[in-house]
Design a protein around this ligand. Structure first.
Ligand SMILES: [Zn+2]
Length: 206
């Protein structure tokens, strides 16, 4: 199967799983995977599509500037520039963005510190390169912005400043995380959403 078709199928399946968990309600969130490095090409969800009922025809191919290429016309996700920023700065093979209740609550509660730490949880070991519950993961919080060029500049700064971070939150908006493969990125979403919920429900560091 062509890399794009393979990625599109996987993104459709991930969309359905995330929707069933309540992480991408009401057309929110967006999902992408790198299908070629040179030239850079991503498979990414089209703008304003429902993630629970995605079809491969709602996955578009974009170039390094976010323009649509390939046979399918359409407008890619509004947050395409953020996906490209993460792919370029982190060498990620996949970027996943969710709008969960718990990430929204924590980003609101910790906005004044522009981030929060997660440490002491066994589930941290699901993050790439983390071998102990004693790991301290800093989750940076970026101010939300509808100007995507300005927001992608902010994201670039945060990725540079927190070079070990596996994720960041947009304030009162949602989670961005990534991985070498789609499976790695999906695992990161599951791990982080678990940790956010455990922290927020447990009332720790709120
Ligand atoms: Zn979003």
């Amino acid at each position: 199967m062509a890399p794009f078709d393979d990625a599109a199928q996987q993104l459709v399946a991930i969309g359905a799983r995330f929707y069933s968990r309540g992480w991408v309600m009401g057309t929110s969130g967006n999902l992408s995977a790198v299908v070629s490095r040179k030239p850079l090409r991503l498979a990414i969800t089209a703008s304003s599509v429902h993630k629970g009922t995605l079809s491969p025809s709602e996955i578009l191919e974009i170039d390094e500037r976010g323009g649509t290429v390939g046979a399918r016309p359409g407008k890619s996700s509004a947050e395409t520039l953020l996906h490209l920023e993460i792919v370029k700065r982190r060498g990620a093979g996949a970027v996943l963005h969710t709008h969960s209740v718990w990430s929204t609550i924590l980003s609101d509660a910790h906005e004044h510190h522009r981030g929060f730490a997660i440490e002491g949880y066994e589930m941290l070991k699901g993050l790439d390169g983390v071998g102990s519950h004693a790991h301290r993961e800093w989750i940076p919080i970026v101010e939300n912005d509808q100007d995507m060029t300005r927001l992608s500049r902010q994201v670039r700064g945060v990725l540079k400043k927190f070079s070990d971070a596996h994720a960041f939150l947009l304030c009162r908006h949602g989670l961005y995380t990534w991985g070498r493969t789609l499976a790695d990125a999906e695992r990161h979403v599951e791990i982080l959403e678990f940790l956010f919920e455990a922290m927020a429900r447990g009332g720790r560091r709120m």
